[in-house]
Design a protein around this ligand. Structure first.
Ligand code: NDP
Ligand code: 8X3
Length: 251
């Protein structure tokens, strides 16, 4: 079977990087995206023996950059069949009355508007082909609101709403849309949320076995390898030690 082209945002770390590694060893050519060029180059060099790799470095907050980078793809990379909208992070964990506007802007601009900008740049080819698959990485935070989660939760509720809206609007074009909503995954997520405070980040996963990026990559691979008539619409996945956004069993 011919290889399909998948574009992964946030491929420089965590869930996106694990997904790149898994898809590279299956039936995909990969467009790997992120801001950190050194990481993109290192990963591309590592995976080049497995499949074709193209890298794009851009900040999803910048619509002009996002659009022009995706438009710059050579002809033999333009036919994207799978888009994995994964780039995103939490910034801060504060009560709303103490929240930082900078953190709010980052979460809404990256997790919501960035996802929209990337999708807008990729959709024309899927619409023209009447075929394609968009995977949006939401969160348990997009299903339940928890204390101090306020704006991060709002950004992920928006991802959930956009996933449902995309599935409806793109239905006529045969484009599949999947939402994957993880609980705790040990990546650089908490380090970013707590602005490089390693000790605080490690506390999040203390006394439990969290998910790994590879666990989410497995689900992505499952979703993108279903037969043409099947779409995995919505998946919530938690570590066994986690029952909800806030109910967690620790040793
Ligand atoms: P990481 O911090 O490990 O990875 C985040 C990725 O997003 C990096 O590759 C980063 O690349 C990219 N990214 C962040 N900001 C931007 C930006 N402005 N422009 C372009 N790329 C950006 O975290 P995860 O792997 O855990 O996060 C991936 C997704 O999973 C996120 O959407 C997150 O909300 C979601 N999620 C994570 C959970 C968890 O517990 N870890 C649980 C539920 C959902 P670079 O910095 O190089 O640009
Ligand atoms: C990341 C999971 O619970 O920290 O989306 O919001 S949580």
């Amino acid at each position: 079977m011919a290889k399909r082209i998948a574009l992964i945002t946030g491929a420089t770390s965590g869930i996106g990087e694990a997904t790149a590694r898994l898809l590279a060893s299956t039936n995909f050519d990969l467009i790997l995206c992120g801001r950190r060029k050194d990481r993109l180059q290192k990963l591309a060099a590592e995976l080049a023996s497995l499949t074709r790799i193209h890298t794009l470095s851009f900040d999803v907050r910048d619509q002009q950059q996002t659009t022009s980078q995706i438009a710059s793809l050579p002809d033999d990379w333009k036919n994207i069949e799978v888009l994995i909208n994964n780039a995103g992070n939490a910034h801060g964990l504060d009560p709303i009355q103490q929240g930082s506007v900078e953190d709010w802007d980052a979460m809404l601009d990256i997790n919501v508007k960035g996802l929209l900008y990337v999708t807008k740049a990729v959709l024309p080819v899927m619409v023209a082909n009447n075929r394609g698959h968009i995977i949006n990485i939401g969160s348990i935070a997009g299903k339940e609101v928890y204390a101090n989660g306020n704006v991060y939760c709002a950004s992920k509720f928006a991802v959930d709403a956009l996933t449902k809206g995309m599935r409806i609007d793109l239905n006529a074009h045969g484009i599949k849309v999947t939402g994957i909503h993880p609980g705790m995954v040990e990546t650089e997520f908490s380090l970013v949320r707590f602005k490089g405070d390693n000790e605080r980040a490690n506390q999040v996963y203390k006394g439990l076995t969290p998910l790994r990026g590879e666990d989410i990559a497995d689900l992505i691979l499952f979703a993108v390898t279903r037969p043409a008539h099947v779409v995995v619409a919505d998946l919530v996945v938690l570590p066994t030690a986690q029952a909800s956004a806030t109910v967690v069993k620790r040793l």
